[in-house]
Write a protein that binds this ligand. Structure first.
Ligand code: ADP
Ligand code: LRH
Length: 521
């Protein structure tokens, strides 16, 4: 039976999941089982000297910082810990299935490692929640106006887009020494195989990919002083990247050659492949650390209205477009729980969700996309401040805070689904939720109520399933009539345990509208 290892690195955990392709009466299906899961998150590293950062670091440290004062810490990813988790996962997968038919890697977007001329990693990749890009978008727009950047790249403005990170790094010794910037899955793929590429779905999150031609916008890079030779050759999902180096393969106990396939290396792209949609008129919410809310389209929508509404056109698998908005997501809940735990307060997710379900709906709602919720920190206090700023009483208990977060997320989903449908001129009849948020029944129920649409929840490991499906097709182990995304989705949907929610006894449409006015003023 063909078996593939999906490496799926989320912002809160990394996992290696084995997907076996099993025969069935109605056609093949994929069975997933997790073989390794490891923690992931930001690591704050103080600067030894305050002056060591680039143009974007004007606010960090400052020239006068002496011994013991340092610069503002930089948030990093611990990429070697992740690489070790990948190797341990491949070892466990090999123990389980003997021989793998392939490996595919996906992760969160935008972040990258810089390699020197010898191909050696120049320091730990910087985390997208680091503050180094504060003020950088405005600086970039002075050279390439926001309208022009959007018309070419179709990317919503997020301070952490790779283009802004690269501009923020200008003037650093590290960038001066860099010869290549590889996005995280491409970096791990290069470590496994020696082949350097930029897989297109993730490349589209850099802000340097032309959304229409899907080629590097080298002219924009040049105008921004970014050396375009940093960017690796582009590669579509669903191709053979290379084979795992013999030494590494032996180290993980795999006795046969081990191919690495390119997949939708942006986790959201892989998650969208796994949406078990049967028709085209669906919206999706890829619901994990972030909530990515939008539609699958066949071509980008580069309208000024879409730009103003901060909708993005990310590249999907098979030439599709992921027309979506980033909603701040379950990060706010995760970070609240961390804050409570750090303060010694008991905060167990299932208990908190049960208590939140008993709090009356829409008591307090906030703009969950407020920029102050992006960096790590004390979310309950920030949420209370947002409530007060909009003339509402702040949540008083943990349960009320959690309820406020979930109601506010549902409200943001309502807005995003509606605006996406209008901007793309599409009908939406069902909302598919994939990712860890599928396990949050209260949030799924609120989503159905808020959008006024049926919600289909599952799979929870959407990115891993999409990753395996694209590998299996590339490796040629699926029947010849499994060609396009619709066929792949049919394979993926077989045997899934999906939950359905219908708009029901929650707040009325008028109450959601009133809540929206409270948030937006
Ligand atoms: P990422 O890929 O971004 O790391 P995931 O898709 O793994 O994120 O989703 C993580 C989120 O899923 C957590 O922040 C949590 O809110 C939610 N989650 C995970 N398990 C459960 C559970 N048992 N009940 C409710 N929510 C859950
Ligand atoms: C979700 C995600 C999202 C990006 C963000 C940086 O994991 O990839 O699509 O915008 O991380």
């Amino acid at each position: 039976m063909p078996a593939f290892a999906a490496v799926d690195l989320g912002a809160s955990s990394g996992r290696v999941i084995v997907g076996r392709v099993l025969p069935g009466d109605g056609g093949p299906r994929v069975e997933l089982h997790e073989v390794n899961r490891f923690a992931n998150g930001p690591v704050a590293v103080p600067a030894v000297r305050a002056s060591g950062r680039g143009a974007g670091a004007a606010s960090s440290g400052g020239p006068g910082a002496g011994p013991g004062q340092g610069g503002e810490p930089t948030l990093h990813w611990d990429v070697l810990h992740l690489y070790r988790g990948v190797l341990d996962g491949l070892r466990a997968a090999t123990r389980d299935v003997g021989v793998l038919d392939g490996v595919g890697i996906d992760s969160w977007a935008v972040d990258h490692g810089l390699l020197d001329a010898d191909g050696v990693l120049l320091g730990n990749p910087v985390h997208y929640r680091d503050r180094r890009t504060a003020g950088i978008p405005e600086k970039v727009f002075a050279t390439v106006p926001a309208e022009e950047l959007y018309a070419r790249t179709g990317l919503q403005v997020q301070p952490f887009n790779t283009v802004f990170q690269l501009v923020a790094a200008q003037g650093t010794a590290q960038l001066a020494a860099a010869r290549r910037a590889l996005l995280i899955p491409d970096l791990l793929g290069a470590w496994l195989t020696g082949v350097e590429v930029a897989e297109v779905t993730n490349a589209s999150t850099t802000g340097l990919l032309d959304a229409t031609t899907r080629t590097w916008a080298t002219d924009l890079a040049a105008r921004l002083g970014i050396d375009a030779t940093l960017l690796a050759p582009l590669r579509d999902a669903g191709t053979l990247l290379g084979h795992v180096h013999d030494e590494t393969r032996t180290d993980v106990g795999h006795r046969a050659p081990l191919p690495v396939w390119t997949v939708g290396s942006h986790d959201t792209a892989s998650a969208v492949v796994a949406v078990p949609a049967t028709d085209d008129d669906f919206a999706y919410i890829s619901c994990g650390t972030w909530s990515l809310v939008g539609l699958e389209l066949s071509r980008p929508v580069l309208s000024e209205a879409g730009r103003r509404a901060n909708f993005t056109n990310e590249a999907g698998v098979d030439g599709t477009v992921r027309y979506l908005r980033n909603v701040m997501g379950l990060w706010v809940l995760q970070e609240s729980i961390r804050t409570w735990n750090d303060a010694g307060l008991p905060a167990d997710l299932p208990d908190l969700l049960a208590a939140a379900a008993r709090v009356p709906a829409l008591t307090t709602v906030v703009d969950i996309d407020a920029p102050e919720l992006l960096p790590p920190g004390d979310m309950p206090t920030r949420i209370a401040a947002l409530a007060v700023r909009t003339g509402q009483s702040p949540p008083q208990s943990q349960a009320e805070t959690v309820r406020c977060i979930l109601d506010s997320l549902a409200l943001a989903y309502r807005r995003a689904v509606r605006e996406a449908a209008t901007l793309a001129d599409r009908d939406v009849r069902v909302v598919h939720v994939v990712g860890g948020g599928v396990r949050n029944e209260l949030l799924c129920r609120l989503t159905a109520d808020a959008t006024g649409l049926p919600v289909v929840a599952g799979p929870a490991e959407g990115a891993a399933l999409g990753n395996v499906l694209v590998q299996a097709r590339a490796a040629g182990v699926l029947p010849g009539d499994v060609r396009d995304l619709r066929d792949l989705r049919r394979v993926g949907a077989r045997g899934l345990d999906l939950r359905r929610y219908v708009p029901g006894d929650g707040p009325s449409a008028a109450q959601w509208d009133a809540a929206e006015r409270r948030v937006l003023g």
